[in-house]
Design a protein around this ligand. Structure first.
Ligand SMILES: *Cc1c(COP(=O)(O)O)cnc(C)c1O
Length: 378
């Protein structure tokens, strides 16, 4: 039930992003590119002032609200700029005057978010995983929160290090702001625990060019007119994300992903699939007698980016080359941490993780990894 069909005969890409898309979504999108809903128009050609454009935006919003259980007092914005763009933009929107914002810095992306916000605003490290080489997420008991902070920022899954929160920080009256790019819509979300959630689309909900921002309505009062209109959350909320030309194609693809996720059991089922996929790889690591090692604390292991290392770099190079020959591609770790990284986002079927786990076992044994057993085809 709710299994994702392994219906492709193409390489399994374990890239950190852009990620695989489900075959069903690719089919629907291809049809819409040529002929959108039998209108003779392409979805790529719909004018942004048209009824059709407004309909796609409205439908995407209501599907997302249903899927993620977004309360009425939150606004959903479909913006551009990517999560990296919003690192700085969200600070411009949410920090007024001399206030400062708190950051839990847990890895590469948390560091980037902190640095970008710090270009124009006062920011403070409330929790820092650097001393521990980002092998674990500092427990809440070690956080030093500023009760007057404009917000507290977290990165729910650190894509490079392979860390993920399996708990939600309690920041009391300070708005919790989360970069969910790596794990948005891969598990149920308690939206009401957050002030603002944002995510680029190309990992779990479609293609690059779209950044989804979910923001509690009262926070919009902070967005003053010094923020450029296109990136002003309050103005975009008032204009239903149409201050300027919205990334309609990317929104259309996201809409297909929302519907696909709902057809396949919604977010609870997405989480089950994440657990199943990642368990196969962690098991291959844990049973390899130290051939594969991951520095990540067991409790903070990510279900979406599985990071591990081989005994030396030469073996890692051979691993990557042999995997590639089997159609298991884009497994090189983030340059900041090296090693191997398998990204297992929403559209990765269990068969992809199974193929990789089988390959890992064979490679660790020094067996013939070229055998058809591990081939990615079904
Ligand atoms: C990929 C990623 C980003 C960057 O997204 P862009 O769309 O390239 O700006 C930011 N944060 C996290 C957690 C990511 O995984």
């Amino acid at each position: 039930m709710n299994a994702v069909p392994a219906d492709r005969h193409r390489p399994w890409s374990f890239a950190a992003g852009p990620a695989l898309l489900p075959e069903e979504v690719l089919q629907t999108v291809s049809r819409a590119v040529l002929d959108w809903q039998e209108t003779g128009r392409s979805v790529l050609e719909l004018p942004f002032s048209s009824r059709e454009c407004r309909r796609i935006l409205a439908e995407a919003e209501s599907e997302l609200r249903l899927l993620a259980g977004i309360p009425h007092c939150y606004r959903v914005l479909f913006l551009q700029g990517g999560a990296y763009g919003h690192f700085g933009l969200l600070a411009m929107n949410l920090i007024s005057g001399e206030r400062s914002a708190d950051y839990a810095v847990t890895g590469h992306w948390g560091q980037r978010a902190f640095a970008e916000a710090g270009r124009r605003h006062r920011v403070r490290v409330a929790a820092d995983g650097a001393a521990d080489d980002f092998r674990a997420i500092p427990p809440q008991s070690e956080w030093r929160l500023d009760s007057g902070a404009a917000y507290c920022h977290i990165t729910t899954a650190e894509t490079a290090e392979g860390l993920q929160y399996h708990w939600t920080p309690d920041t009391a009256d300070v708005a919790l702001v989360a970069d969910m790019t790596a794990d948005f819509l891969t598990r149920p979300i308690d939206v009401h625990r957050y002030g603002l959630i944002y995510a680029s689309a190309q990992k779990n909900l479609g293609v690059a060019g779209l950044t989804v921002v979910i923001v509690r309505e009262d926070l919009l009062d902070r967005c003053d007119d010094t923020v450029p209109a296109v990136f002003n959350y309050a103005r975009q909320a008032r204009a239903d994300s149409r201050v300027n030309t919205p990334p309609l194609f990317a929104v259309y693809v996201a809409l297909q992903m929302f519907q696909w996720l709902r057809r396949h059991g919604g977010l609870p089922a997405a989480l089950t699939r994440c657990r199943q996929r990642s368990a196969l790889l962690y098991e291959a690591i844990d049973t390899s007698r130290d051939f594969y090692r991951t520095p990540v604390a067991v409790t903070d292991r990510s279900l979406v980016n599985v990071r591990f290392h081989l005994p030396d770099q030469e073996k890692e190079r051979r691993f990557l080359a042999a995997a590639e020959r089997q159609g298991l591609t884009d497994l090189a770790g983030h340059p900041a941490v090296g090693g191997i990284r398998a990204s297992l986002y929403n559209a990765m079927p269990l068969a992809g993780a199974r193929a990789l786990a089988a390959f890992m076992e064979a490679f660790a044994k020094g067996g013939d990894t070229r055998a058809g057993r591990c081939a990615p085809t079904t």
